[in-house]
Design a protein. Structure first.
Lengths: 101, 198
């Protein structure tokens, strides 16, 4: 594999994951009090925090899949195989969420 | 370059262009995605379908300790990928050391989780503590089981590495356990956010 592509900078990815984790924990606990003076409703605030947290988590998951699992350098067929379950998984989660959002 | 073309020629004949064990692991991981999606889907239904009595996670759970544990699992993933990078260069010593580091960090993750469970049960939060208790222990428990299995498999791989089983040319076993390990890390990244932060 390494013969075909430049070696990924694993420590850089590690730093990114550490930073994103810190931001996540910070978001969960700091954003609510930091934005409390702006007159944002409680429901909007909760929704905003959830969207930010899920976005950060997906970003981290992508870093792990692309760099640590080397998906970035795999063949097109294997990328499709890896992505295949995401379609039914997304449908399932979206359908479930539609009940409550 | 000659090797590259030889590989390219071989790749044309197979649809996925990867080794059988690696392909098998990816198919297995695809099924694992659906397994954890089922758990997360149930959690969404049970939590948002429940009345407003669902407590905020940080009122019940120890978020700082688990955040540190999450970081530990991420570090173990880095150690795993370093082990793989080592054997790709034919570095046997590096392979063994990084595998050992991965095992130690993985086992520590399970240890911290066991400590967390003991503390929670001590405070009266058990799998029988309503929907929150059962969903919490089902999701984190199944993940902890995956980590435990990963650690056991990795001890096996380390044993084979000690006997010089893996070489620069043939190390599919290291790559395959690595894929599983990173997947378990990836799932935890999502579970930590969903169970502990939201």
């Amino acid at each position: 594999m390494s013969a075909e592509h430049k070696k990924p900078r694993y420590m850089l990815v590690w730093g990114g994951l550490a930073l994103l984790t810190a931001i996540e924990v910070g978001t969960a606990f700091v954003v609510r009090s930091a934005l409390s003076g702006f007159g944002i409703s409680e429901d909007t605030m909760t929704m905003l925090i959830i969207v930010i947290l899920i976005g950060l988590a997906i970003w981290k998951a992508m870093l792990v899949a692309l760099y640590f699992m080397h998906l970035k350098w795999e063949t097109r067929a294997l990328k499709w195989l890896a992505a295949a379950p995401l379609l039914p998984a997304t449908i399932m989660i979206v359908v479930v969420l539609m009940e409550y959002v | 370059m000659a090797t590259h073309s030889a590989q390219a020629a071989r790749f044309e004949q197979t649809s996925f262009a990867v080794g059988d064990k690696k392909l098998g692991m990816w198919v297995f991981l695809a099924s694992e995605v659906m397994f954890f999606t089922g758990l997360i889907g149930s959690y969404i239904i049970l939590r948002w379908g429940a009345s407003s009595s669902w407590p905020a996670p940080n009122e019940v759970l120890n978020v700082p300790i688990t955040a540190a544990n999450t970081f530990l699992l991420i570090c173990s993933s880095v150690a795993m990928v370093k082990a793989f990078a080592a054997i790709e260069e034919g570095n046997q010593k590096g392979l063994k050391l990084w595998l050992l580091a991965t095992i130690v960090m993985g086992a520590s993750f399970v240890g911290v989780q066991a400590y967390e469970y003991i503390e929670l049960v001590h405070h009266g939060f058990t799998p029988a503590s309503g929907l929150y208790g059962s969903t919490f222990y089902a999701m984190t428990g199944f993940h902890g089981f995956h980590v435990t299995m990963g650690v056991l498999c990795m001890i096996w791989v380390l044993g084979k590495a000690m006997r010089g089983h893996y070489t620069q040319e043939n190390h599919q076993g290291v790559e395959v356990i690595g894929l599983y390990w990173h997947f378990v890390d990836l799932v935890w990244i999502l579970l930590f956010t969903i169970v502990y932060l939201i």
